[in-house]
Each structure stands twice: as C-alpha cells, then as structure tokens.
Design a protein around this ligand. Sequence first.
Ligand code: MF3
Ligand code: CO
Length: 253
Amino acid sequence: MAAIKLKTAEEIERIRKACQIVAWVLKRAGKVIKPGMTTKDLDSFCDKLIREKGGTPVFIGYRGYRHATCISVNSEIVHGIPGEKVLQTGDIVSLDVGAKLAGYCGDSAVTFPVGKVSSKASKLLRTTKAALTAGIKQARVGNHLGDISAAVQKVSETGGYTVVRELFGHGIGADLHEDPLIPNFGRPGEGPLLKPGMVLAIEPMLNMGGWKIKTLADGWTVVTADKSLSCHFEHTVLISERGPEILTERAGL
Ligand code: MF3
Ligand code: CO
C-alpha cells in the first residue's frame, strides 16, 4: 500500500474549497428533496450547482461513471445510479456528492428522509450519523486508523445494526480515492498512525439486517443482500494539530 499523503497548507486550502462546494450542494439538495421527484432530477440539480460554483463533478468519468452524484434509496447502500426512479414519502435517500476544484476533491454524503419516515428508519438515520460523529472524534493526531473504525463499529452495533464490510472510506486529495482504506469495523490502536495533514473521507454504511451486500446488474448499485434498509453518511475530515476539522460541514463560497 502506498504511503498516506500528508497535504501541504496550500493543498488543504484547495481541498477545503472543494469541500465547501459539496457542503453547499448537499444543503441545497436537502431543501428540494420531495416525493414525486426522480433521482435524475436530483442529480441534475446537484450537477448544476457544482458547476455554478466553478467545480467539476468528480464522480463523472470515475471508472466510467456518468453522473455527478450517487443516489441510493432504501435497501440500496451506495453507488445508486440516478434515473427515472420516483422518490416516495417514507423513503430514505443517500445522496453522495463529490466535487473537484483547482485539482483537489471533496466528498460527502447525507441520507435524507423523504417526507415522514418510519420511526425505525429515523433511528437508523440517527445512529448512522452518530457513528460518523464518533469516528470523526477519533480522527486525531497520535491515534491510529483503527480507533476511527472501532468507534464507528461500536456505535453501529450498539444500535442494533451491522456495518458493511466490503466497502470502505478512503483518503482523499488530488484523487477522489487515495490511501488508506478506512473500514467501518476494527480494533482500537491498530492500523496506521494518524498525522497532521491527512485528509480522510469517513463513510459509515449501516444495515438494518445483515452486513452482506450484492451489486445489481447495472454494475454499480450496491444493495443489502437481505433487502433490509441501509443508511450512509460521509464527511471529508482533516487531521490537524487542533483536532479533527470537518471540511464538508460548512457550506461556503
Ligand atoms: N463517493 C463515493 C465514495 O465515497 C464514490 C462514488 S463512485 C463514483 O467512494 F463512481 F460515483 F464516483
Ligand atoms: Co467517499
């Protein structure tokens, strides 16, 4: 495995700006998601906003992917392809957005409830968000990668969910996916030491049922094998001497 790249102050500034676009797009998208909307509509909305801010949708062209976002509904975990699917009241929708600006990337995902959702679904959303927050809290200089993974796993499993084991978070910078891979399960103290200047996309994926997954015939959409509900949140996080900085939290530009 290649070494984890430590970003310079200038690189961090570029990543920060790309992340602010992503945060702004997700915030705007959250306000327009409604029953009756197709996932294609939602994707076009995000694509337009990324470009409006001078960014490029970084998912387009990634391994032949053709859309600005991944939109994964209910039992779809990640990498759902925007299309004619109509959002319905009660759905939970993971919207994953990536932008590149001046050569550097930002990546974040939010699972939104469409209208009123079941209390089971809202508990899954709350727990996944809490798992991400717990993981981010461990993204500190001197900790190990396993501290992040273990914190995510603990919150998830305490909540009664399973974590997906075949998909990971990742380093991010000039490339969307850089080392290291960040599992959502692991043991404290294991894995690489965290250093200032590392930028990590931490992305818990929690299933209501089992952790097993399947990829649909479209070659992209990853679903739960048992068709149970799944939820996904992601932030791009900088490890700094001042503690974790969530770069995709503040909508800017
Ligand atoms: N946001 C996804 C991730 O975190 C990447 C989407 S795959 C793509 O890994 F093809 F859509 F880019
Ligand atoms: Co990601």
